[in-house]
Design a binder for this molecule. Structure first.
Ligand code: ARG
Length: 588
């Protein structure tokens, strides 16, 4: 289905043409004076110069052609030359009925779907997940879902940080604690044990201990670096330890992400890219893309048009070690071979901006990625505490994901228990579902690139621009529909009639923006647009609800129409929260 803006733009453009003006001037936007009109067209002002005519005259000419338009109830030319528009109630109702009949709610399937790889999450194996990884997971999951709903083919790749120094640290500490293990016996030729020599609990303790020791003790640090290097060069025993670390951590990560309702199609990581590196470095040198600069192998990525210095992309250190950029380039080779993506979207902290700029340029310059493939970095800001500084625990440490989720759930449970009408079990379940909305909506309602304040009190509130408020609205609609049906009636087959009052029309005008908002959210990779939309939709719904008798309405046809509008509103809200990555409970 075309969006409403497209439909009315066509109508206005037709009127411009009919009145003898270029139809290009017929563009329509949402009104920025909602008190005066619903939509507006500023084309008459834009055309004044071309036609050497007062804008108000052009506007009047156009308005005259629209006197019996199927779309507009009111078209007025207003000084200095605005065309103010109000939609016909019948037209709006008809549009909403078409949405209701469509399983996609009027969102057109994209023409020429793209193959998109989403690189998000990016946790570092064996290190605790922190709030930065929380943002990446939440934003990435949402964009993936939006893209899928648009009809694109999307693969979500977690891109584990599984090949770094933390692995050397763990190996070193393990060797000190359990030197008798076969992994550390250089002469050992047999098979290694299937059972990991540690649990996830131990692993979580080993890493910070080792990391602390390495900071104090340079000998220890050197050992860990050496172990990292041996692992990366294929040391058999270390590789076996690495496999254990991976198995134990990945199953734990899966649990964590599951709880966040975040799902990856690919569990690849930096380690998977290693096989591509030696060849890549070889041909980059041979074909002259890479050269030695102060001992390191680099690719120049500066462009003439740059206004500031862009340092070269480093792909090998003087000691032969590869770097973050090397791995990302090699991963691009692998992605190209395996999926031929049209687009790759990376979601990481915005401080990695320069890194991605260098990698993208190097990838294009060397032809690893074809010209037509879009590489896009979406950098997010910092999640701050109420003190305006990066979010910490009460003790001052980096907040662990589980604790954060736990804290929100507890807060939610308290609130739900306060006005509780449900059993404890259900209240706990509900607290989980609503808590997830508090965290995710709290994050996604901000433009991703901005820093935001993680405010537990505000995020868990049932009032204001919050996840719980949106869920509360959905639950309210569900409850009305349940009561309606409990009386033996069904919403099935009901059609939406022309609005009966102002608040109903306002709700309708919001609801019909669904397809347009979804498209914009995808085009701009901006889940916050969906949040803003459902907040408006929830507000207009609640106003309508407060001003209208629904269940006690005596006019049956009118009531059926209300119910049909409620069903549609609920479907839209549910589609939207699904794109944001959370869901609504039955009651709360
Ligand atoms: N592991 C990285 C970090 O914790 C994020 C990875 C982002 N993706 C990438 N392809 N570089 O910062």
């Amino acid at each position: 289905m075309k969006t409403i803006i497209e439909l009315i733009t066509e109508e206005i453009a037709g009127a411009f043409a009919e009145a003898g003006y270029d139809k290009e001037y017929g563009r329509v936007t949402l009104s920025n004076r909602p008190d005066l009109c619903e939509y507006q067209c500023n084309g008459a002002m834009a055309g004044a110069k071309t036609y050497k005519k007062a804008p108000i005259m052009i506007a009047a000419d156009v308005a005259a052609k629209l006197s019996d338009s199927r779309c507009f109830e009111e078209v007025s030319a207003v000084n200095p030359g605005f065309i103010n528009l109000k939609l016909k109630k019948e037209f709006v109702a008809q549009y909403l009925n078409q949405m209701a009949e469509d399983e996609r709610l009027g969102l057109e399937e994209v023409q020429g779907p793209q193959m998109i790889v989403m690189d998000y999450g990016g946790p570092n194996v064996a290190k605790p997940l922190h709030v930065g990884h929380l943002r990446s997971a939440i934003i990435g999951e949402s964009i993936k879902r939006i893209a899928r709903r648009m009809g694109h083919q999307v693969l979500g790749d977690i891109h584990l940080g599984d090949w770094g120094y933390q692995m050397g640290l763990i190996i070193t500490e393990l060797r000190i604690r359990k030197p008798e293990l076969p992994y550390f016996d250089e002469d050992y030729k047999g098979e290694y044990p299937k059972e990991a020599p540690f649990t996830i609990g131990e692993l979580e303790e080993i890493y910070p201990t080792a990391s602390g020791k390495a900071k104090e003790d340079d000998g220890y640090r050197q050992e860990a670096l050496q172990a990292t290097c041996l692992l990366q060069n294929g040391h058999r025993g270390y590789r076996a330890v690495w496999n254990h670390i991976m198995n134990v951590s990945v199953s734990d990560l899966k649990k964590n992400y599951e709880r966040l309702n975040v799902h990856f199609d690919l569990w690849k990581g930096e380690a998977d890219a290693q096989a591509y590196i030696p060849d890549m470095i070889e041909w980059m040198k041979k074909d002259g893309y890479a050269h030695i600069d102060e001992g390191a192998l680099v690719i120049d990525v500066q462009k003439e048009t740059d206004t500031k210095d862009i340092p070269p992309c480093m792909i090998q250190k003087s000691d032969g070690a590869s770097l973050y950029g090397t791995t990302d380039l090699a991963t691009l080779i692998q992605r190209e071979e395996d999926y031929k993506p049209d687009r790759i979207i990376y979601i990481a902290d915005k401080r990695q901006d320069l890194h991605f700029l260098q990698v993208f340029r190097a990838a294009k310059k060397t032809g690893i990625v074809p010209d037509g493939t879009e590489l896009r970095f979406l950098g997010f800001g910092t999640m701050n505490g109420r003190d305006g500084k990066p979010f910490k625990t009460r003790e001052g440490g980096v907040m662990r994901l589980e604790n954060l989720i736990g804290e929100i759930e507890e807060e939610m449970y308290k609130k739900i228990a306060e006005n509780r009408t449900v059993e404890e079990e259900e209240a706990k379940e509900t607290a989980k579902i609503v808590g997830m909305s508090a965290i995710k909506y709290g994050d996604l309602s901000n433009q991703a690139s901005k820093d935001y304040v993680f405010d537990v009190d505000r995020f868990t509130s049932f009032e204001g621009n919050t996840g719980p408020y949106i869920l509360y609205t959905i639950v309210r609609i569900k409850s009305i529909l349940n009561k309606y049906q409990a009386e033996g009636r069904t919403a099935e087959g009901s059609r939406i009639e022309s609005a009966h009052n102002d608040s109903e029309k306002a709700l309708m005008l919001e609801a019909l923006k669904y397809n347009e908002v979804t498209e914009a959210a995808f085009n701009e990779l901006a889940p916050h647009k969906i949040c803003a939309f459902i907040y408006d939709l929830a507000n207009t719904f609640n106003r309508f609800y407060h001003e209208t008798k629904i269940l006690s309405e005596e006019d049956e046809a009118k009531q059926r129409s209300y119910i049909a509008l409620l069903v549609l509103t609920k479907r839209i809200l549910e589609a939207c929260i699904d794109m944001l990555g959370f869901e609504a409970p039955e009651r709360m």
